[in-house]
Design a protein around this ligand. Sequence first.
Ligand code: PGA
Length: 245
Amino acid sequence: MKKLIVGNWKMNKSFDEAKILSEQIVALNNAIKPNADLVLCPTFTSLQSVSQAIVDTPVSLGAQNLYPHQAGAFTGEITASMLKDFGAKYVILGHSERRQFLHESDEFINEKVIFAQSNGLMPILCVGETLADREADKTYDVIKQQLLIGINNASPEIVIAYEPVWAIGTGKTATPEIAQEVHAFIRDLLVHQFESNAQNIHILYGGSMKPGNARDLLLQKDINGGLIGGASLVAEDFLAIARAA
Ligand code: PGA
């Protein structure tokens, strides 16, 4: 399966900065031609500038969230068709920062997953344990709950991102062995739900993935790509990760 390398820009980059960064990524991608599919997930306000920069290139567009209703009185929210207006194909859902700071529940995230799928967007569903979960030996319980509720009634048109919360933005990375173990566990749960289709689902690793550690992580059997935060904000680093794939 071709690796999928997704840049999660979080709340970074102005409209103009996003334009420059996406143009740099497109130019490097054309020059290097890595054997990986690239997706950029800028802020909502930069969807337009990024979508213009990547038009007619192999780079795809994603968003960082959506609200699971078609329209209406939902101040501050955004729906799938609005993201698709800019050509978005993917949407990150259930990121740990939204679970932590905005108290999103597994059930609400599941609603978003179903809504994204039924409106033609590919969800990138994030799951991952905190340091406290890991130290209390609850890693697998937490992942199982987040994943099974998250994909309840969903179709296999989905990407999963395993992001141990203790590794996000901390410079600590799960070792390739630790990550592979969790990825294999996720694959088993997906097989249970989706049978043979589970083998085609990308399971991304996220959490301080960098040019220096990407190769060893991406060599693991069930690590099919990366969800990259910090290192996706520098075109050379993002492409170095894609090249490692
Ligand atoms: P990081 O973020 O690469 O900066 O650790 C990953 C993520 O949160 O998606």
